[in-house]
Design a protein around this ligand. Structure first.
Ligand code: PHE
Length: 343
């Protein structure tokens, strides 16, 4: 290799290394690579006249060229990976995620306390051979009153402040109309319960809502007595409160049962001695019940000479309040998640 060529190779190399070191971006590196090492680059230019050299010269020039080429390639590669490191580092800085931060997450829903208690009662009765029925919330006057032995002029209609709708329809004031639907659907003998929402046009306060829940129960068979009724009521209440309960019946008037009762349990808090919860009486009213009135059986196509029945209607909402110590009925339908999340 001539001295001039040798010199220009060296200065080329120095110059290129300089540019590689000071490159500001990957694109600058690429420009140097094309300029020096490309097929039409400067190094290729320097090896053009190799054919005219002696074999010795050719070998030594080849060596020099190769060394220069290698040096440049290495420098390029180093610089390139430095750029890539920086890029990666920048990206990691910008995009890092702290996997230990608690996720906001999906809040699982929970069942409403009324649903919880309703399901418990359903399970209890289903295990004793009862069918769970439901009826419409918009009812006919016939199902809600007449077929329950409450004719149009009956004073008992005033006991339940009814929301009347157009066309003779109403919002059911109790779950008892499902008794009628159940008797007509199933025929005797039958065992059914019917949980559901009922509506009464009441002044609202801590213990009165226009919308609340009841559970109806009914059994029709050949030989039914009050002791059957008491047995099932005790079984239900003991299952619910998970302890022995003492019950008593007091006369109660409902046109669709005869005799009719208010069933009370001895106060679970004071054991009957008297406390604020039972208003010092020692007893808590739980539900209305009785033996199905013969008129009611007859109106639903069941012969009262052959069949008898008992029925009960329980204020599910009130039971839920007792069970969970809820002091204001308005919480139950208020939709406040802070309340609902406690269950
Ligand atoms: N339906 C009555 C009420 O809402 C309760 C009841 C049901 C009473 C069945 C006796 C028999 O108050």
């Amino acid at each position: 290799m001539s001295a001039a060529n040798l010199e220009s190779l060296e200065s080329l190399e120095q110059d290129a290394l300089q540019r590689i070191q000071s490159a500001a971006a990957l694109a600058d590196l690429e420009a140097v690579r094309v300029e020096l090492l490309g097929r039409k680059g400067k190094l290729a230019g320097l090896s053009k006249d190799m054919g005219q050299l002696t074999p010795e010269e050719r070998a030594s020039r080849g060596k020099l060229l190769n060394r220069a080429k290698q040096a440049l390639e290495e420098a390029l590669e180093q610089r390139k990976s430095a750029f890539e490191d920086t890029a990666l580092h920048t990206r990691l800085q910008a995009e890092w995620v702290d996997l230990t931060v608690p996720a906001p997450g999906v809040r699982p829903g929970s069942l409403h306390p009324v649903t919880l208690v309703q399901r418990e009662i359903e399970d209890l009765f289903v295990s004793m051979g009862f069918t769970v029925l439901s009826g419409p919330e918009v009812e006919t006057e016939h199902h809600n009153f007449d077929a329950l032995n409450i004719p149009g002029d009956h004073p008992a209609r005033d006991m339940q402040d009814t929301f009347w709708l157009e066309g003779g329809y109403l919002l059911r004031t109790h779950t008892s109309p499902v008794q009628i639907r159940g008797m007509r659907k199933l025929g005797p003998p039958l065992r059914m319960i019917a949980p559901g929402r009922v509506f009464r046009n009441e002044e609202l306060d801590a213990s009165h809502e226009h919308t609340f829940y009841q559970i109806e129960g009914m059994m029709v068979d050949r030989e039914i007595s009050v002791s059957h009724l008491i047995y099932y009521m005790k079984t239900m209440l003991e299952g619910l409160f998970r302890r022995e309960v003492t019950v008593r019946l007091r006369p109660g008037y409902f046109p669709f049962v005869e005799p009719g009762f208010e069933l009370e349990i001895q106060c679970l808090l004071c054991g009957g001695k008297g406390c604020p919860v039972c208003k010092q009486s020692g007893w808590l009213e739980q539900l209305g019940c009785g033996l199905v009135h013969p008129n009611v059986l007859r109106m639903s196509g069941i012969d009262p000479e052959e069949w008898m029945g008992w029925a009960f209607g329980l204020g599910l909402t009130r039971l839920v309040m007792m069970r969970y110590g809820i002091d204001d009925i308005r919480h139950l339908q208020g939709g406040d998640l802070r309340f609902l999340r406690q269950f």
